[in-house]
Design a protein around this ligand. Structure first.
Ligand SMILES: [Zn+2]
Length: 207
């Protein structure tokens, strides 16, 4: 584990415990196929600190050495995931959130290419849970600026970056994971529904 800015953080928070929770969540995200290779990232906020995956590490097999901690007041964090600024923007605007997960679920990402501004799930459970999910289309490296200028996109605890993936955030590690799982479920159903005409054509060819 690499510390940035504050060795004293070691005395304030249980870094190892928090990191172990992130390791377990990262493994679940990878094993569910929501990321591949070293894609995606995740972090936790404890008091004024952000613990975030280091750049290049795979969620498949994170170790305690794959996390970097910095003070949330720092705009840059050396060695951290390239999404550090996005995580930081979310934590600064959503004081209740303790965990951010970014992943690339296949159907969620695919569906984001087919809609503008919002994804509206079709199935009952997902409609009830999400209503609709914001889709943000922008230069990825300016996404933190978009978040700061339009904080309402954080209201649902999740948003999709068009053609890229999802950011989920919560005061609970497991809930942030469930948000990604629920959204991918909704995207699969919507994707299958959109293929209705193909299924009808296929069926008519069989009869
Ligand atoms: Zn990504």
């Amino acid at each position: 584990m690499y510390l940035s800015n504050s060795e004293e953080a070691m005395n304030i928070i249980d870094l190892e415990n928090i990191s172990k929770q992130l390791i377990l969540i990262g493994k679940k995200v990878y094993e569910r196929g929501y990321v591949d290779a070293n894609g995606g990232n995740l972090s936790a906020r404890v008091k004024q600190y952000i613990i975030i995956k280091r750049s290049g590490a795979s969620l498949a097999n994170l170790t305690l050495n794959d996390f970097i901690i910095g003070d949330i007041s720092s705009e840059e964090l050396k060695g951290a995931s390239i999404d550090y600024k996005i995580h930081r923007a979310i934590y600064l605007l959503r004081k209740d959130c303790k965990c951010v997960i970014h992943a690339h679920p296949i159907y969620t990402t695919a569906i984001s290419l087919l809609f503008d501004k919002v994804f509206k799930p079709l199935d009952f459970e997902s409609k009830y849970y999400f209503g609709e999910v914001p889709i943000i289309s922008c230069d990825h490296f300016k996404l933190h600026d978009i978040i700061n200028s339009t904080p309402k996109i954080l209201n649902k605890g999740v948003f999709i970056e068009k053609g890229h993936g999802v950011y989920a955030f919560s005061n609970s590690f497991s809930e942030a994971f469930y948000i990604i799982e629920r959204l991918e479920h909704a995207a699969i159903i919507a994707f299958l529904k959109m293929n209705e005409l193909h299924f009808k054509q296929f069926k008519s060819n069989l009869t």
